[in-house]
Design a protein around this ligand. Structure first.
Ligand SMILES: Nc1nc2c([nH]c(=O)n2[C@@H]2O[C@H](COP(=O)(O)OP(=O)(O)OP(=O)(O)O)[C@@H](O)[C@H]2O)c(=O)[nH]1
Ligand SMILES: [Mg+2]
Length: 140
């Protein structure tokens, strides 16, 4: 039987955390959509939240850091078979605390060039990385 359920659209706050040229990434766990791929930390924006509120909450829940400053980088929409995601990506350059995988997820600081190659990432993340490189080219 074909699946006739409407496909949900998820609005996701995503943190591109940059420290001295490295990005903080986490591996998606076996019970999650796109298990085994590396992601930028983040999660769903709840009904009563701004994207920045959601970003701060998710990065505290997942990594134990307090975001001090973040700015919008790119909004990337992507259709998966089971859901559509709107990834609201923010560049996080200032935070308090030592980022670590609070939910047991493997994490690492990776060079930008290693993201999506050494560390395989979901398809839309390639566009996020491209936006980051373009932004850094402009400001440096
Ligand atoms: N956090 C995050 N999610 C991403 C990235 N790229 C990407 O396609 N996604 C997708 O965005 C959706 C939302 O992520 P999430 O962390 O809130 O969702 P989840 O499915 O893990 O939620 P769950 O904790 O309820 O299982 C997932 O379908 C995830 O696969 C990314 O770089 N970071
Ligand atoms: Mg998440």
């Amino acid at each position: 039987m074909p699946n006739t359920e409407p496909k949900p659209t998820l609005h996701v706050a995503v943190g591109v955390i940059l420290r001295e040229g490295d990005l903080f990434i986490a591996k998606r766990q076996s019970d999650q959509h796109l298990a085994g791929l590396w992601e930028f930390p983040g999660g769903k924006v709840e009904a009563d939240e701004t994207v920045l509120d959601a970003l701060k909450r998710e990065l505290y829940e997942e990594l134990g850091i307090d975001v001090i400053s973040a700015a919008p980088l790119i909004r990337q929409r992507h259709e998966y078979d089971i859901r559509t995601v709107v990834l609201d990506c923010w560049l996080v350059t200032e935070f308090n605390g030592e980022a670590h995988g609070k939910e047991g997820q493997p994490t690492t600081w990776a060079k930008i060039e290693a993201c999506a190659s050494t560390y395989p990432m979901p398809e839309p993340n390639v566009h996020i990385l491209k936006a980051l490189v373009e932004y850094l080219d402009q400001v440096q």
